[in-house]
Design a binder for this molecule. Sequence first.
Ligand code: PFF
Length: 482
Amino acid sequence: MTPSTLAPSTSDSSVQANAGILATIDGDAPSESRPRKSVFSSKLGFVLAAAGSAVGLGNVWRFPYFAATYGGGTFLFAYLLIALTFGIMLLIAEVAIGRATGHGPVAAFRQLDRRFTSVGVLAMLVPAIIFPFYSVIGGWVTRYAFVFLTGGAAAAAETGAFGAFTSQTWGPIGWLAVFILATAVLVARGINKGIERINLITMPIFIVMLLGLAIYTLTLPGGTEGLRHFLLPDFSELSANTFIAATRQSFFSLSLASGVMVAYGSYMKKSASIEKAAFQIGVFDTTASIIAGLLVIPAVVAIMGIDGLGQGAGLLFATLPHVFASMPGGAIVGAIFFVLMLGAAVTSSISMLEVVVNSLMDRAKWSRLKATVVTSVGGFLFGLPVTLGFGVWSNVRLGGRDILGMMNFLTDTVMMPLVGLGTVLVVGWVIGPQRIIAAVHQDGQLFRTEKMFVVLIKWVGPALLTGLVATSFLMAFGVITL
Ligand code: PFF
């Protein structure tokens, strides 16, 4: 480690550097550029925490069911195209906005251009809405980890076991509370201590384990048919809807348009390369999704046949216990799997809570503890209707969707594309890409994909996201259904 990576985060030099870069952003006086209190203690710290936010239930639970629902290989094709190009460029933009301004989303967007403050506010509301339903699914993971650890693997693999659990009232509420409590404790402890260490240990093990399980699943009868479905695109099936679904999923999976990457960027060391970090995170997250798809889709086809792909949000939970039941030592493997998945889920939920908590600390001058308690209790209360939506409220429909579906729609189809659009417009057309490019170049860092950045942020992004926002409004008002 070089001395600079060991230097205390709030050293004068980092204050000055932040002030300097701010001047290149909008000419604000350096005194406005109060940098964040805690900076990640190493260059790796930012990448680990941001990758921890990115990799989570979105990869293992959500990506496979999106792929199953939106055409397997066709979806995968659209997903790779969007996540690895536009997704990574937007990630660069968000991290650069955070680091250059030294602020979370609300103050950062205000500083870029006052007229865009609402984009920052909307960005902050995204994790506030995702957190409750994410925690419901996180609660299911916690429960499965517990069941496998306490010898319940065989019962979990019985047909209908998953639906029987989620339709209960009190059980899932209890697990929701446990998951939120775990997140809240880590957020209350503060960013350096909580996040970095967990990620460093759990991430690599989890990915290797997913890969091992994927290879095992392919040996099951029917596994290769599932593999073909997941990998081979049918271009005649490619439609606007495939790209919309791919964009929604890439925003969710990369934690974009939710203030998280802006907030984490504001903690990033100035000596680290934003471009390198964004590519590392983007490629790592996409790899995790592909490996999860290689595991879950063949498993579904092997266990339930091709029709099993249509089950939506329960896909992972209804399938994997069967895979574990079929393998020698499966109870132990299953226990490790769910514990690691819980780790991945918690590092993502931490990031959601952290954004909201930090804004409350900054704006309302609340203590970290108070902000954490209030937001996590709020998250729990909003999680209640979601979990009841799988049981006693299962026939409640909001705009034709169940409660989880509605919160999903609100965030990934309405709010995130709006925030994304606001971001590409402010960067591409209001302050101009050169300002962000200068921030990426700070300390002589390279920006190899600079040209691609300009094209994607200035032209492709606005076109793609205007289309998405327009479509989502037409959907919301029932003019079209996709
Ligand atoms: N990226 C996370 C995942 O894939 O599980 C989910 C997520 C985290 C979404 C943070 C939004 C967010 F602000």
